[in-house]
Write a new protein. Structure first.
Length: 331
């Protein structure tokens, strides 16, 4: 039995989380769920966007499933705080086109490995007389471990190439360190091709030749931006899952945000949450179960009959989830 921390959050977070847990009920694997709080609604109740109790619960769990949270300007980000507290230094975002979805390119299947703890997201900012300054932190340790993760991921998943993305021609010291360490690590993986591009060129290549990418590794801000560009290639954020992984913990979440404009309407697309659950199962070593769940979802997407409005259907979130569950049960 696995112990899971479940953080529904707010906005559409509770709706897509309910859908995922409904499907997991059909799994042959036993889970012990512990629900925890985070987000703006949590802040209104407790004065904190991420209570210490939530952090402690996640640290003790085998994995954490995270729905979505609303972050109000001026509030501490619950999800960023949780990533840092658990030292989840990898943000893993698959970009894959599924039949029956509004993708721009057929047959895409690449992964972005984003450093998750530093860069311009280190949070070191200050106001100055002229405006404000932000400190971009790039350490050798963080660069080495994220690059090594990318190569290990490629080898484990039988992928052939890792591409480093940086801007070392302008950020000569910070991205210079990242690029140099990437090639230092690459020397230990002669079975995997290595290459590097500037981030602006990469943004263009994602539009002009996206099939050329396999595994991409990059720093925090660049990874955030390129991940959303990748989502646009395959039908939008409603189809993109993510994993936040460290040496001792894993947290899995859709990347679509809390979407407060549709919260409570029961039309949120649960696909990204379901795919995030697949990533969690794979992280736990339950690869066969993860593959069954992904196949159940892809069958529903391909049928196109019981899908949410953003996918061209008229089903509610739970109607789509129930259809996925029924297929999952018989696989």
């Amino acid at each position: 039995m696995y112990k899971l921390t479940v953080i529904p959050g707010d906005g559409i977070g509770p709706e897509v989380m309910e859908a995922a847990l409904h499907i997991l009920d059909a799994s042959e694997i036993d889970f012990d769920y512990e629900t925890a709080n985070a987000g703006n609604e949590c802040f209104k109740r407790t004065g904190s966007t991420i209570p210490q109790e939530t952090i402690s619960t996640s640290k003790k769990s085998d994995a954490t499933l995270f729905g979505a949270v609303t972050t109000v300007p001026g509030q501490k980000s619950g999800i960023i705080t949780l990533r840092k507290e658990l030292d989840l230094y990898v943000n893993l975002r698959p970009v894959k086109s599924y039949e029956g979805t509004p993708y721009l390119f057929k047959g895409l299947d690449f992964v972005i490995v984003r450093e998750n703890t530093e860069g311009l997201y280190s949070g070191v900012e200050e106001y100055t007389e002229d405006g404000a300054d932000a400190l971009r932190v790039v350490t050798r340790m963080a660069s080495e471990r994220i690059c090594r993760f990318a190569f290990e991921y490629a080898r484990k998943n039988m992928r052939n190439k890792v591409t480093a993305v940086h801007k070392a021609n302008v950020l000569k010291k910070t991205d210079g360190i990242f690029r140099d360490i990437f090639y230092d690590v690459a020397r230990g993986y002669n079975d995997i091709k290595s290459e590097d591009f500037y981030v602006d060129a990469t943004a263009m290549y994602l539009i002009t030749r996206p099939h050329s990418f396999d595994v991409m590794v990059t720093t925090n801000l660049f990874g955030d931006i390129l991940s959303d560009e990748g989502a646009g290639l395959v039908g939008g954020l409603g189809l993109i899952p993510s994993a936040n992984i460290g040496d001792n913990n894993g947290l899995f979440e859709p990347v679509h945000g809390s979407a407060p404009d549709i919260a409570g309407k029961e039309i949120a697309n649960p696909s990204a949450m379901i795919l995030s659950t697949c990533m969690m199962l794979d992280y736990l070593g339950e690869t066969e179960e993860a593959q069954k769940l992904e196949k159940a979802l892809t069958d529903v997407l391909r049928e196109g009959k019981v899908v949410t409005p953003d996918l061209g259907g008229s089903a509610s979130t739970m109607e789509m989830a129930d259809r996925v569950k029924k297929i999952f049960e018989i696989l």
